[in-house]
Design a protein around this ligand. Structure first.
Ligand code: ADP
Ligand code: MG
Length: 634
């Protein structure tokens, strides 16, 4: 047995690696070239890590080696090599980094590709799929690596990407860094052609911070464009950098390039993507800005430079004022870093405020894409004024479901003496426009914000007010306050007033209805808010609307039984008829059935009816009876 065989060990890939390999090898064709982007990105990470250790004052193997990435190809042998002089790996690191799925790229990719149904090619480019993507083009991969640590032993890792890999210690002379040797598949020999490699590097890796050579020819112009004056940068360069950074294919919606000198120096180049992708929601880790100190990458996707509700923003921040050897763990405690973070957040918020002011249509487009995430900023007490200024909603005063109003605009339309900002939640604008709760608001011409997402109400409950105006759900509105405003539109203007006597009968009818409904409602009373509908349900306890109860119930929070008041409109024709029937025969079944029907109908509108069977059966019965009457009248 030779020395080499003795020290060779075989390992199985972990199950999730096999799954990833299977997807990469079998379902992806058009995005294959991104394997090179992934290898170069790993090489660049390895160089970043080395620079970081070196800045900390660690001793480094082969200290004289330049920081660089080399690509070599051999078209005859169909071999491609990607080499770096970065941090390298020892045996244990090779096993844990290349034998399992590393935290970031690949894992995200796996999660998302499983959710994405089919179109793998389309989303693969958006992710850092990681090292394993090399098996899209390789029939065998040999990794040789030597750690930067003094006394490190070089290792070799070899696999065909099918099920296992082997590792041996390398006795030959090897310098610090990592070499990935790729034996190309027969259908992938294009990746041993210079023009092809050049094209890929230019397209995907042009902004890598270290020189990349293809056969000793320098490919990229290392350029930290965020440190250049704005006037030096062309729009296309920004876009190219954005695509490099995010793996997006569309142009960004916004580019925010800032150079701040006081009190703390930093450069920021930030982008707002044109689209928000659904994967954000099950991929919440995939955000953050890249943090540089004097052009040196300190942390990829730092999550503390911006609050989570601005996590749709992509980009880089680079400061002269942070120490180069700052550790990622202590960043949050560093007061300079905290000031930079505050300032970056301010830059973004101010940018959005300007955009909202100067280009309201473009701001509306921004809101459609990113508003959902932005709204989650209701806990940012430091920036509360700006946050509120940027909120947008649909409302009863707007012409269509796509129009938006700010709270400031709502406030400018307040009625004299109006102290509340009203809102209602519903499935759609159409549904809300026929909601009985809004009848009084229409009659009084008082604006109501329309919420289409249950979370809006949750946010408003937490915000409580805008300036001095309290947020109030329409079904918790105090009628006395509304009554102060004059009617502008009365549907039932000429309705004859009830006689004194009939008023009494109406009161008795309400008492009768309460007996029918029992404990299901806390009260049955005359409605002042209805201007057309016969009846509706309103909250007895201020503040919590039906929607809110539903949210709390969904999140398993105890809200206690909902206290509802059943309100009846005495000017409605149906109710007028009921009064007449009641006068003649107070215990008539018809009154009981109609009360039940009206109550369940109101529940249905609130989204609170749990079982529609009784309602439908009763309705069919009523239709049967009215059809008989109708037939006989013909
Ligand atoms: P990610 O880069 O998202 O962590 P990868 O699958 O691309 O995932 O790489 C897995 C891990 O393998 C890396 O995190 C790194 O630790 C290690 N690695 C890959 N390539 C290199 C390299 N050229 N030099 C040093 N370590 C590397
Ligand atoms: Mg990687």
């Amino acid at each position: 047995m030779s020395e080499e065989q003795k020290t060779t060990e075989k390992f199985q890939f972990k199950a999730e690696v096999k799954k990833l390999l299977d997807i990469l090898v079998h379902s992806l064709y058009t995005s294959r070239e991104i394997f090179l982007r992934e290898l170069i990105s790993n090489a660049s990470d390895a160089l970043d890590k080395l620079r970081f250790e070196s800045n900390k004052g660690e001793k480094i193997n082969d200290a004289e080696l330049p920081y660089e990435i080399k690509i070599e190809y051999d078209s005859k042998e169909k071999i491609l090599r990607v080499k770096d002089t970065g941090i390298g790996m020892n045996k244990w690191e090779v096993i844990s980094n290349l034998g399992t799925i590393a935290k970031s790229g690949s894992e995200e990719f796996l999660k998302n590709i499983q959710g994405a149904q089919g179109d793998a090619n389309n989303i693969i480019g958006r992710f850092g799929v990681g090292f394993y993507s090399v098996f899209m083009v390789a029939k065998e991969v040999v990794v040789r690596s030597k750690s930067y640590k003094e006394g490190a032993v070089a290792v070799e890792w070899k696999s065909d990407g099918l099920g296992d890999y082997e590792i041996r210690e390398v006795t030959e002379e090897l310098k610090r860094g990592t070499e990935i040797e790729i034996h190309l598949k027969d259908d992938s020999t294009e990746f041993a052609e210079k023009y092809r490699l050049e094209g890929i590097v230019k397209k995907h890796s042009n902004f890598i911070n270290y020189p990349i050579y293809i056969d000793s020819e320098r490919m990229n112009t290392v350029q930290a464009i965020w440190r250049e004056p704005k006037s030096n940068i062309k729009h296309e360069q920004y876009v190219e950098f954005y695509k490099f950074l995010t793996y997006e294919t569309d142009e960004p919606m916004d580019i925010i390039h800032r150079s701040i000198d006081a009190p703390i120096q930093f450069n920021a180049l930030l982008f707002i993507p044109a689209k928000t992708y659904d994967y954000f929601w099950y991929n919440k880790e995939n955000y953050g800005l890249d943090l540089y100190v004097r052009r040196v990458m300190i942390q990829h996707k730092n999550k503390d430079l911006l609050p989570e509700y601005l996590s749709f923003v992509k980009g880089v921040v680079d400061s002269e004022d942070l120490p180069l050897n700052i550790s990622r763990e202590t960043l949050q405690d560093n007061s300079i870093f905290m000031k930079i973070a505050q300032s970056v957040t301010n830059q973004v918020l101010n940018y959005l405020i300007d955009k909202a002011k100067n280009e309201p249509e473009k701001y509306a487009a921004f809101w459609k894409e990113h508003g959902k995430i932005f709204k989650m900023g209701y806990m940012d007490f430091v920036n509360m004024d700006k946050y509120m200024e940027l909120l947008r909603f649909n409302s009863s005063k707007l012409n269509s479901k796509d129009d938006l109003t700010s709270l400031a605009d709502y406030a400018s339309r307040l009625k004299e003496g109006q102290k509340e900002i009203y809102y209602i939640t519903g499935a759609s604008r159409e549904a809300l426009e026929t909601d009985p709760h809004l009848e009084i608001f229409k009659a009084k011409d008082v604006e109501v914000l329309y919420f289409f997402e249950p979370v809006d109400e949750f946010i408003f409950t937490s915000l409580r007010k805008y300036k001095d105006y309290e947020f109030k759900s329409v079904d918790a509105a105090d009628f006395k306050t509304l009554d102060k405003f004059k009617d502008v539109e009365t549907k039932e203007e000429n309705k004859e007033k009830l006689s004194k006597d009939d008023e009494k009968h109406f009161d008795s009818l309400l008492a009768k209805m309460k007996t029918v409904l029992g404990d299901r409602v806390v009260e049955v009373r005359e409605s002042k808010r209805l201007k057309g509908s016969p009846s509706c349900l309103v909250s007895a306890d201020e503040g919590f609307s039906s929607q809110m109860h539903k949210i709390l119930k969904m999140t398993n929070q105890e809200t206690g039984p909902q206290k509802k008041v059943f309100e009846v409109n005495k000017d409605n024709n149906l109710i007028r008829n009921l009064i007449e029937i009641f006068k003649k025969s107070p215990d008539d079944e018809y009154i009981k059935n109609t009360t039940e029907q009206l109550y369940e109908g109101a529940l249905l509108l609130e989204g609170l009816l749990e079982d529609p069977h009784n309602l439908v059966n009763r309705m069919n019965k009523i239709l049967e009876e009215t059809s008989a009457l109708y037939k006989n009248s013909k």
